[in-house]
Design a protein around this ligand. Structure first.
Ligand SMILES: Nc1nc2c(ncn2[C@@H]2O[C@H](COP(=O)(O)OP(=O)(O)O)[C@@H](O)[C@H]2O)c(=O)[nH]1
Ligand SMILES: [Mg+2]
Length: 297
């Protein structure tokens, strides 16, 4: 993924030495780049300390400190192998529940993920547990066809938890190793739908111990800091194990991955970079860091 277009420049242009004025500019840029206040202040502190100790003086020194500090935020995260780092069940099927507010890109992400896992030799079934919105089931069915995945639906307006239940049973019967469950767009202020989501989670776990093996929260990169609010709200109802950041092709707010990882402690698993089947990439912290340092915008 080419991050430079999805990021604003954080290294202040044309400064001679690290001093108070430059540190102030750096902090402002980090915050404007959506790194979040917490990480921005911590990074500025690190640079200031290094300058005081004499271990960083100029732009090269600043870049060295930033590179290390940003990389540390993602310490232990999957990198290029993140798609394979998604938990796999000891007893199939592996179940991934996909959640997020309306319009963030859940259904599209499921289509792309089904394709990606398919290319890694996994047999995938997608389950339309979004029984709330008209058209949602057909949209998912089209993605399943394109990805070459099995597809299962419920009754229109029916119980989403029943769809999850049926999908696991069908996957067992057919020997399908992976089930992706699409859920209705939750307005995070909509308590009823959130309770329904928690029920999908519970029924899945009861029917198949250990499931869901991942609960992936899809966030829309274009909304910036609002993603933090959504993540906190969803975490009250389900255990989010990973984030998929969609629509990175349409934003310069990619710095949000730092705020999400720093403030929530949830790994960024994948990034969405467009509307085609192949536009889902594992999040690679090294690529991200190099993008931050190269960003000019
Ligand atoms: N540019 C771009 N558009 C995306 C991406 N992911 C999803 N979309 C678009 O966002 C809109 C909502 O996506 P959808 O999957 O229906 O969202 P859902 O309501 O969360 O299921 C659709 O028009 C998608 O084509 C992405 O990575 N890049
Ligand atoms: Mg959808």
């Amino acid at each position: 993924m080419n991050w430079t277009r999805a990021l604003r420049r954080v290294v202040p242009p044309a400064f001679r030495r690290i001093d108070a004025d430059m540190l102030e500019k750096l902090e402002e840029r980090l915050i404007l780049a959506d790194f979040g206040v917490q990480a921005s202040m911590r990074f500025v502190d690190l640079v200031e300390k290094a300058a005081r100790k004499g271990t960083a003086r100029d732009e090269a020194g600043l870049r060295r400190i930033l590179r290390g500090a940003i990389r540390d935020v993602f310490d232990g995260d999957g990198g290029a192998g993140a798609a394979d780092a998604l938990t796999v069940a000891a007893t199939p099927p592996t179940v991934y529940l996909v959640v997020g507010v309306n319009g963030v890109g859940k259904t599209t992400t499921i289509g792309k993920l089904a394709h990606l896992l398919g290319t890694r030799g996994r047999r995938v079934m997608v389950a339309a547990a979004d029984t709330f919105r008209a058209g949602a089931v057909e949209q998912l069915e089209r993605w399943a066809e394109r990805a070459g995945a099995d597809f299962i639906r419920g009754q229109p307006g029916g119980d989403p938890a029943a769809v999850a239940f049926d999908a696991i049973a069908a996957a067992r019967a057919r020997g399908t190793d992976t089930v992706l469950i699409d859920t209705a767009g939750r307005l995070h202020t909509h308590g009823g739908l959130m309770d329904e989501l928690a029920k999908v989670d519970r029924v899945t776990a009861r029917h198949h111990p250990g499931a869901p093996h991942e609960t992936l929260l899809v966030l829309d990169a274009t909304v910036g800091q609002n993603g933090l609010v959504q993540a906190r709200e969803f975490s009250r109802y389900v255990t989010v194990t990973g984030i998929v950041l969609a629509k990175l092709d349409s934003t310069a707010r990619g710095g949000i991955v730092v705020a999400l990882r720093e403030e929530l402690g949830i790994p960024i698993r994948m990034v969405g970079t467009g509307e085609r089947l192949e536009d889902l990439k594992p999040f690679d912290p090294d690529e991200f860091v190099e993008g931050v340092l190269a960003a000019r915008g």
